[in-house]
Structures are given as structure tokens and as C-alpha cells.
Design a binder for this molecule. Structure first.
Ligand code: GLN
Length: 523
């Protein structure tokens, strides 16, 4: 019999409802699996066994008392560490917030807790969600459970790896340019980025506010639907959240794909796409044809500018959002004694040299505090984004870069509008290749950015998009299929994904346990 932690959330939910197991047993199974395997994977930044068991006990008590509980009651969930959980550290995998305890819950966390989901811990990410490999975490990298020498994708790499290694059935991630879909693809699981505004961003530490969205990562489309039902909905505390009813995604999963028009984009399959990825995607398209869908060629002519536009817009917003980390309000602060000594020493040296002008121009203590705090608190990739963004927004460059990128964003959106007049869904690859090796792209930011080629468009246009497993490379690495739909058509995406998962078993495959022999990577 499969261990409890290997079951999907939907399966677990049934067992819990029928009284075949308790929430405490489920939580224990997950906690044991984390204890056994996470040293080799590094998916978590913090695990809360006592709190998790207490939440599970509370669910069991309520069930014993005869309460009817929702489908997520007693289901373990891992939370990306850029989402606030009250009283607990929300580090964003940054030294800047290493000791920051959030004074409130993110809306999604509140919703999960009131649905009875059991929060087991917080997962690793690229620092402030900036990256595509989870290597820029200030604490440790996360490894791909399918091959420990490879990256799990990012930035929600910890969330994806925790589900792929069957440490938890569900996890919550965020996606600004692909951070849910890309690690889902590389780890062989399902992940959905909802329509911009579908899920409240309240309590999500902002990276690029016009692009960020929170969404589910899980073993199946069905589980994504289950989790999204709880995450989604209007929230007066996020002015960009949409005031639209949340459909019952789980009850809309079934249904024929007869007549569904699936768009495919020839440009997706040109040079740069790994042939094994291309073949796996083509095979999925053929499977859809077999299910009665109609394949239609569409074009997204401006998609080739998407990475360029994204890497102006996202860093511009980030440079503004990250201005708040000044060492004064909260978060990391430089050693003030060492700072005063440094200032004093500089002053004396300049006095001795008689350099009156340099003395005049010396930092004030406050400016030096900002400077040292930010120099020490942020890692290299975050600093690169702040510099890129500050440059793109500065007087004289604003029109040439930021405004131009906004115009491109508009053209990309219009491409989608035109394509969706002809098709219901657009299918293609999620990433140009399967997971690369740790360290492979770390010194080449441009190569890392280009890996986002297929995912950033949906964020720029605000559209829902998901990734589901569609194959494996010869080396046994997972490959993802990307499905994109018009705004608020998450239900359509999930239905299409679910249909494929009814006739294939790729989403059921899981990596062999790295086991106790796995590489110890905790620093
Ligand atoms: N890889 C992209 C970036 O580095 C996307 C990150 C994300 O979606 N958070 O910006």
C-alpha cells in the first residue's frame, strides 16, 4: 500500500472523510518523509512539526465532533517562504529578511487555515523569487528530486520539489514570470498560475506587483483545482483582486474535449527548443487530437520580445518594491558599531590628507546605514535586478526602456486576444530544455533569463497558464506541457489538463527516493 504521503490530496481527502485515516496520521507521514528526505533535497527553509500536529489534531477533533469539513481539512500544505504566516519567519530566502517574523497572515494562508489545511512548513525559493533555479537562495540551493545534480527550477523550486519528492501533497507558490510553471515542469508535477487578480496578493512579499500571482502546485490537475478553489476569491485588502465569483473548479473537471480548439505556435518549435521537449509536446498535442480536440495554428508575433520586455518591467517594479528594505523599518540592519567606526576612520584619514571636498561629500550616518545594510543584506541577483530597474526608470532612460517595454507588453496582450479569437487554449513547451545542472547558468544571467522564454508572456498579459507533465527525457528528466487560456478560464485549463491525466500516467510517476544516501546539502 502506498504511504499516505504518496497519495494525492483528492485521495487523502476521501480517506479522511471516510474515517480511513486521521489528519494526525497524514501529518506524521509527511513529517517523517520530510525528516528522511529533505536533507538531500533542501526543499524546506523551515518545518513546524509541533504546529502541524496541533493543526491536524484540531481537524480530527472537529471531525470526531461531527462537523462536516471541507475537502482540504487535514491535508498538509507547504508554503513558499515569500508568503506571510503570522508569528513565523518569512525570509524570502534572503539575508535581508532572515529574522523577519510576519505580524499577519497572507490572505491565502488565512484561507487555507480556515479550510483546515495543515501548514507543515515554508519552502525554499530564489532570493525574493528572482531566478529560475532556486540557486540564488541565500541559505542553500534546492535539488531536483529526479536528479540531485540538477536544479528543480525556480523560483518556487522548494514548493515543486516538496511535492515531487512526495513530502507534501500540495504546495503554494508564486509566479511572476514562470515561477510556478517552470519548477512544476522540471520536477514532473502540475502547477497553475491563475489570472492576474484571481488570487489575493495580500501578504505576498512583492517582487513585481503587476505580474505576481499566487497559485497551486500539486501532483495532478485535479489537486490544483482543489487548492485553487480555496486560494481564489476577492479580497478587499488587495485592490487588484477581482471581485468575481470563484467557480467550482473541481466539479467542472470532467467533460469531453470534443471540439476544443487548441492553438499551437510554430515559433515555439524553432531553433532553441530541445528536440526531446519538442517531441514530448507534439505527442501531447496528438493525444489531445485523440481526445477530440482540434489543433489550430496560431501566431504570437511579439512573443520574441517578451523576455526583453519582462526583464525591463519586472526589475523596474522590483527596484521600487525593494526600496523599503532600508535597515530602519524592519529586516536586516548592518552592524552599527562597525559602521560608526568605519565612518570615523574615513573621516580621520580624510582630515589627515586635508581633503576638504571629500570630507564634505562623506556619507551621513543614515546614508551609510542604508548603503551597508543593502550591500550586506541582498545577494548578487537581487542587486542586479535593482540596478537594472533603477537604470530603466531613471530620467532620460524611462521613455527608451520602461515605456517602450510597456508598449511591447500591450502588443503581446493584443497577440493573445487575436489568438484567443480563434482558439480556446494555446499549448506549447514550458521550458526550452529539461532541468540543467546546478551551477550551469549561475554565472550567465542572460542564459538563465532566456530559459523564461515561454512563460513570461502569460504574466505580461495577465492570463492563466499551467504546466503538466507530458514526458521524460532519455536521461529520465521530466518535461512539461504549457497550456494558456483567456482571462478567468482556469476551469478550461484544468479540464484540459485533467483529460490528459485521465489517459496518461506521467503525473503518477515519482522519483526514486534519494534516501539517506543522498547528498547532504544543509549548510
Ligand atoms: N525566472 C523569472 C525571473 O527570474 C521568473 C521569476 C518568478 O516568476 N518569480 O524573474
Amino acid at each position: 500500500m502506498a504511504s499516505l504521503c504518496e497519495l494525492t490530496a483528492a485521495e487523502l481527502s476521501g480517506r479522511l472523510r471516510r474515517g480511513e485515516c486521521s489528519a494526525v496520521e497524514v501529518a506524521r507521514a509527511c513529517l517523517d518523509r520530510i525528516a528522511a528526505e529533505d536533507a538531500a533535497v533542501g526543499a524546506f527553509l523551515s518545518v513546524e512539526p509541533e504546529w502541524a500536529l496541533a493543526q491536524a489534531e484540531a481537524v480530527d477533533r472537529r471531525r470526531r465532533a461531527g462537523e462536516t469539513l471541507g475537502p482540504l481539512a487535514g491535508i498538509p500544505v507547504a508554503i513558499k517562504d515569500n508568503l506571510c504566516v503570522q508569528g513565523r519567519v518569512t525570509s524570502c530566502a534572503s539575508r535581508m529578511l532572515a529574522n523577519f517574523r510576519s505580524p499577519y497572515h497572507a490572505t491565502v494562508v488565512e484561507r487555507l487555515l480556515s479550510a483546515g489545511a495543515v501548514i507543515v512548513g515554508k519552502t525554499n525559493l530564489d532570493e525574493f523569487a528572482m531566478g529560475g533555479s532556486t540557486e540564488t537562495s541565500a541559505f542553500h540551493p534546492t535539488r531536483n528530486p529526479w536528479d540531485a545534480a540538477r536544479i528543480p527550477g525556480g523560483s518556487s523550486g522548494g514548493s515543486a520539489a516538496s511535492v515531487a519528492a512526495r513530502m507534501v501533497p500540495l504546495s503554494v507558490g508564486s509566479d511572476t514570470g514562470g515561477s510556478i510553471r517552470q519548477p512544476a515542469a522540471l520536477c514532473g508535477i502540475s502547477g497553475l498560475k491563475p489570472t492576474y487578480g484571481r488570487v489575493s496578493r495580500f501578504g505576498l512579499v512583492a517582487f513585481a506587483s503587476s505580474l505576481d500571482q499566487i497559485g497551486p502546485l500539486a501532483q495532478s490537475a485535479e489537486d490544483c483545482a482543489l487548492l485553487l478553489e480555496t486560494l481564489a476569491g476577492h479580497d478587499p485588502r488587495d485592490s487588484t483582486s477581482l471581485d468575481r465569483p470563484v467557480p467550482s473548479y473541481t466539479s467542472e473537471l470532467e467533460g469531453s474535449l470534443e471540439g476544443l480548439r487548441i492553438g499551437w505556435v510554430p515559433d515555439h518549435f524553432t531553433e532553441g527548443l530541445d528536440p526531446e521537449v519538442a517531441e514530448a509536446v507534439r505527442e501531447a498535442l496528438r493525444a489531445y487530437e485523440g481526445l477530440g480536440a482540434e489543433l489550430v495554428e496560431v501566431s504570437l508575433p511579439h512573443a520574441r520580445f517578451a523576455v526583453a520586455a519582462y526583464y525591463i518591467i519586472a526589475p523596474s517594479e522590483a527596484s521600487s518594491n525593494l526600496a523599503r528594505y532600508d535597515g530602519v523599518h524592519y529586516g536586516y540592519r548592518t552592524d552599527e558599531k562597525a559602521m560608526s567606526a568605519e565612518l570615523e576612520e574615513e573621516r580621520r584619514a580624510l582630515q589627515a590628507a586635508g581633503d576638504a571636498q571629500a570630507l564634505e561629500e562623506m556619507d551621513s550616518a543614515l546614508v551609510r546605514l542604508y548603503r551597508r545594510t543593502r550591500a550586506e543584506g541582498f545577494g548578487a541577483e537581487v542587486k542586479r535586478r535593482i540596478m537594472l530597474g533603477t537604470y530603466a526608470l531613471s530620467a532620460g532612460y524611462y521613455e527608451a526602456y520602461y515605456l517602450k517595454a510597456l508598449k511591447v507588453r500591450r502588443l503581446i496582450r493584443e497577440d493573445y486576444d487575436r489568438a484567443f479569437a480563434k482558439v480556446d487554449v494555446i499549448a506549447g513547451p514550458v521550458t526550452p530544455a529539461p532541468a540543467f545542472r546546478l551551477g550551469e547558468k549561475l554565472s550567465d544571467p542572460l542564459a538563465m533569463y532566456l530559459f523564461d522564454l515561454y512563460t513570461v508572456g502569460a504574466n505580461l498579459a495577465g492570463l492563466p497558464a499551467l504546466s503538466i507533465p507530458c514526458g521524460f527525457s532519455r536521461e529520465g528528466l521530466p518535461i512539461g506541457l504549457h497550456l494558456q487560456a483567456p482571462a478567468l478560464e482556469e476551469g478550461r485549463l484544468l479540464r484540459a489538463a485533467h483529460a490528459l491525466q485521465q489517459i496518461t500516467d506521467r503525473h503518477r510517476r515519482r522519483p526514486a527516493s534519494p534516501g539517506p544516501g543522498g547528498t547532504e546539502i544543509r549548510g
